[in-house]
Ligand binder design. Structure first.
Ligand code: NAP
Length: 296
C-alpha cells in the first residue's frame, strides 16, 4: 500500500516508519510543509501523493496548553482531521485518525468499549472527540484508532518526551519520585500501536473506531514500578493522589479492545510486556542522550 502520514515525524510516526519498512511505501511530509490547519496545503499534498491510505497523527496535545488555547486546539485536533478526511475522500483513499482515551470522562471504571459515547472533560478531549465525529462524516471510509499514554523510543514531539524517559531520568538523577496512583489507564507502546494500525489496514477491516492500547490497565504509579523493575532500578518511589489539577483528567480511561476478537485479530500484548520490550530495545543513542539530558 501507498501510505501518506501527516504528523508523521513524532513518536508514533517514527515507529510507523520502522514497522512499515519493506511492507508498504510510507511518505510523511513534515509539519513545516503541510500544516493540517491549512486545507489547501493538505489537499495538494494528498493529491500529489496519490495514496491508498492517509494516516493522521498530527495533534496539539499538551492538555494544559489546549485549555489555555481552545482555538488552536480545535484548529489542529478537529478542523485539521476534517481537512485531511475530506482530502482523503477526494483522493479515494482510506483515512486513519489517531485519537485518545481523553474522549472519556472516567466515570466507567470497568473500561470503555469502542462504541461507548464520548464524554470528554477537558478542551483537548472535546477537540479530539469533535475531530472523531468530523472525520466519520467527511470520509465514510475512515478508521479512528485510539491509544492512551503513548510511549515510544522517539519521545513525543508535542509533549517533549514520554513517561518512561521521564522516570528513568529522575531515577538517574537520584531524585525522590512521587507518582499519581489514582488515575488508571491502558499504556500504549507506539511500536505496538503502529503494528496494529498496519494490521487493521492490511486486513481491510470495516470502518469505525478501534482501540489500540496494550492489554490491561494500571495507574501511573504502577507503570513507574514496572519501568523500574524492567530497568533493574530501585529508586525512592512513592504513590500520591492526583489532587487538585489545573485541568480535569479522567480518573479511569481504560480502553477495551472489543473488536479484534470479533474480527479474528490477535489481541495486543500486555502493557507489562510492552514496557519490558521498550527497556530491552532502548537504543544506545537514547540511553546516551538521556544520560546527558538531551533526549526530548
Ligand atoms: N502522546 C500521548 O500520550 C497520546 C495519548 C493518546 C493519544 N495520542 C494521540 O496520538 C497521536 C500521536 O501522538 P505522538 O505522541 O506521536 O505525538 P507527537 O510525537 O507530538 O507527534 C505529533 C506530530 O504532529 C505534528 N503536528 C503538530 N501540529 C501539526 C499541524 N498543525 N500540522 C501538521 N503536523 C502537526 C508534530 O510536528 P511538530 O513537532 O513539528 O509540531 C509531530 O510530528 C496524536 O494524535 C495524539 O493526539 C497521544
Amino acid at each position: 500500500m501507498r501510505l501518506v502520514m501527516l504528523g508523521g515525524w513524532g513518536q508514533l510516526g517514527s515507529d510507523l516508519v520502522s514497522v512499515a519498512e519493506g511492507r508498504h511505501d510510507l511518505i510523511r511530509p513534515p509539519h513545516a510543509e503541510v500544516d493540517v490547519t491549512d486545507e489547501s496545503q493538505v489537499g495538494a499534498a494528498v493529491r500529489r501523493a496519490r495514496p491508498d491510505v492517509v494516516i493522521d497523527a498530527a495533534a496539539f496535545h499538551k492538555v494544559e496548553l489546549c485549555e489555555q488555547d481552545p482555538a488552536r486546539s480545535f484548529a489542529v485536533n478537529a478542523l485539521g482531521p476534517l481537512h485531511v478526511a475530506r482530502s482523503a475522500r477526494r483522493a479515494g483513499a482510506r483515512y486513519v485518525f489517531v485519537s485518545t482515551d481523553y474522549v472519556f470522562d472516567g466515570a466507567v471504571s470497568t473500561g470503555y468499549r469502542e462504541d461507548d459515547p464520548p464524554t470528554p472533560v477537558n478542551v483537548y478531549g472535546i477537540s479530539k472527540a469533535a475531530g472523531e465525529r468530523a472525520v466519520g462524516l467527511a470520509c465514510p471510509d475512515s478508521l479512528v484508532v485510539r491509544g492512551s499514554g503513548l510511549f515510544g523510543h522517539a519521545g513525543s514531539s508535542g509533549k517533549g518526551g514520554n513517561f518512561v524517559e521521564t522516570m528513568l531520568a529522575k531515577a538517574g538523577a537520584g531524585e525522590a519520585i512521587s507518582v499519581v496512583d489514582d488515575q488508571v489507564f491502558s499504556p500504549t507502546s507506539t511500536r505496538d500501536m503502529a503494528e496494529r494500525i498496519l494490521l487493521l489496514l492490511e486486513r481491510g477491516v470495516p470502518s469505525g473506531i478501534y482501540h489500540a492500547a496494550n492489554r490491561g490497565a494500571c495507574s501511573w504509579y504502577q507503570l513507574a514500578e514496572e519501568i523500574f523493575r524492567a530497568a533493574g532500578l530501585d529508586p525512592d518511589l512513592s504513590p500520591r493522589p492526583a489532587g487538585d489539577q489545573a485541568v480535569r483528567r479522567p480518573s479511569s480511561s481504560v480502553l477495551l479492545d472489543t473488536r479484534s476478537a470479533a474480527l479474528g485479530l490477535p489481541s495486543s500484548r500486555s502493557w507489562q510486556e510492552a514496557v519490558r520490550w521498550y527497556i530491552e530495545a532502548r537504543p544506545a543513542s537514547i540511553q546516551a542522550s538521556a544520560e546527558n539530558g538531551t533526549h526530548r
